[in-house]
Design a protein around this ligand. Structure first.
Ligand code: PXP
Length: 246
């Protein structure tokens, strides 16, 4: 876990692969983006290997896993195929997310509470392989408790509702929900991360919550990198996050 003045940035590079897959060529390379991100202040790299392989491919995951001093967080659905893959790749962390084929991006948190024995067996298998398990959940007490019950090491609180809020009252109420979620997570002894929909304008309010260890941010960083380069995009995001703690 991080101290109160520090916060980690996990950079999700899925959309570098989206750009490559759009043309079916070999560039831009997610591996190169991961290297630059790590040299620019990222603390880890996140990739989501989706069932439909719309962006990240299996070879990307292996290539990034082989990078030195680069903690890899593999986002995945809790399917037998993905669990087998994770055990082969041995990422440092696996974040289990719900996945629907037709969605544009991960739409909601995992229903850990309603998931039964199966999710627990996936967590157990990953943990037995030496992989730390995180569950992407909505900031609700019952989900945090369930995450603890199934043996997660950490939770990633879904910040998408905050990011999508249109009025300041709605934003404030979503922030209050996230704050509560952080508290529940801390009380359960879990590491608390957060992410989804965070960008250069909305990140500070979440980064300022001292119980959060790490933020996972993808789309906004890759979108900015198209304009300014990966180095500037990562560095600026990390600066905003750290300044919100001082
Ligand atoms: N966290 C999780 C669990 C996600 O599924 C995603 C999207 O892949 C992110 C964080 C990053 O979200 P965004 O691309 O909106 O920053």
């Amino acid at each position: 876990m991080t101290d109160k003045t520090s916060i980690l940035l996990g950079v999700n590079i899925d959309h570098v692969a989206t750009l490559r897959q759009a043309r079916g060529v070999t560039y831009p390379e997610p591996l190169a983006a991961a290297r630059i991100a790590m040299h620019s202040g990222a603390d880890s790299i996140t990739v989501h290997l989706r069932e439909d392989r719309r962006h990240i491919q299996e070879y990307d995951v292996f290539a990034i896993r082989a990078l030195e001093k680069t903690p890899l967080n593999l986002e995945m659905a809790a399917t037998p195929e993905m669990t087998d893959f994770a055990v082969r790749v041995q990422p440092h962390y696996c974040c289990i997310v719900p996945e629907k084929r037709e969605e544009l991006t991960t739409e909601g948190g995992l229903d850990v509470q309603g998931s039964g024995q199966y999710l627990e067996s996936v967590c157990q298998r990953l943990r037995d392989a030496g992989i730390k398990v995180s569950l992407f959940i909505d900031p609700r007490e019952e989900q945090v408790e369930a995450a603890c019950r199934v043996g997660a090491n950490s939770i990633e609180l879904h910040t998408g509702h905050y990011a999508n809020a249109t009025s300041s009252a709605e934003k404030e109420s979503e922030l209050a929900r996230i704050r509560q979620g952080v508290l529940f997570g801390q009380q359960s002894g879990l590491q608390v991360n957060a992410g989804h929909g965070l960008n250069y304008d909305n990140v500070a309010a979440v980064a300022a919550m001292s119980g959060i260890s790490e933020l996972n941010i993808g789309h906004a960083i890759v979108a900015r990198a198209v304009m300014t380069g990966m180095h500037e995009a990562v560095q600026s995001m990390k600066t905003i996050m750290l300044e919100s703690r001082s």
